[in-house]
Design a protein around this ligand. Sequence first.
Ligand code: 9UX
Length: 72
Amino acid sequence: TIANALFSVTGITCSACAASIEKAVKRLSGIREAVVDVLNNRAQVLYYPSFVNEDSIREAIEDAGFEATLIK
Ligand code: 9UX
């Protein structure tokens, strides 16, 4: 099964940083897709819950240098 997580990510102002967050999240195993929306400060992630969880994804975003909060 696949799950969907939406995060609020503060402080992203450029597409280069959005791309680096997407890359950091996709590096985790169990990620199907990661899309960062700079204009709306959102990161949408499709993932396989048997391999990865929301908190690990949040930590990957924070390790990339940005504050992330799970919205749903
Ligand atoms: Mo990418 Mo950070 O611009 O201010 S370098 S978001």
